[in-house]
Write a protein that binds this ligand. Sequence first.
Ligand code: FMN
Length: 185
Amino acid sequence: MEKIKIQNRPFGPFPTMLVGADVNGKPNYVTVGACGVVSLKPMLYISLKSTHYTTAGVKENGYFSVNIPPADLVEQTDYCGMVSGKRIDKSNVFVPFYDESGKAPMIKECTMNFLCKVVQVIPIDDFEMFLGEIVAVYVNEECLTEGKPDPLKINPMIMMGASYYDLNQLLGNAFKAGLKISEGK
Ligand SMILES: Cc1cc2nc3c(=O)[nH]c(=O)nc-3n(C[C@H](O)[C@H](O)[C@H](O)COP(=O)(O)O)c2cc1C
């Protein structure tokens, strides 16, 4: 198979997440692709441009939420990545909910929500990478199968190139799909 060399740019796949923070006393939401795990600890990273409206709220409160929008929220999710809370009030795009700490708004319409406490901030060019310890996780009851979060019911969106995709199908189970090779079967 021939390889074609193309531009030096990331292409994905990236998760499509909505980060929530209170800014000036109101919930604000920003779409991010830069989000993921950093170690085996219950921790998530997000990377936000320093000038984003949400960034000020994350810094001020020391907390942020990471919310998984299901595929049917593609329009609202894209919208939160197109307009800034600096100019347009995004507080009514979703219904917020808070846990008892009241530190960051989570999104009712999202199928899964992670509340994170900022434990480290790493400046990268004109972005800041926030490492957040996961302090609470919520999932919609109808997204559970046998008591566990079910990825196909959570129905996240993956971003690749400049488009959003859903999960479509289960391909195999982690730490099992590779057994065929490791056991030489
Ligand atoms: C699909 C998508 C992914 C994005 N990923 C990021 C990201 O990872 N980090 C970031 O700082 N901005 C990202 N953006 C841009 C912000 O979402 C956008 O600038 C937003 O309007 C900022 O909102 P705010 O100023 O209200 O915080 C992304 C936008 C889209 C549409």
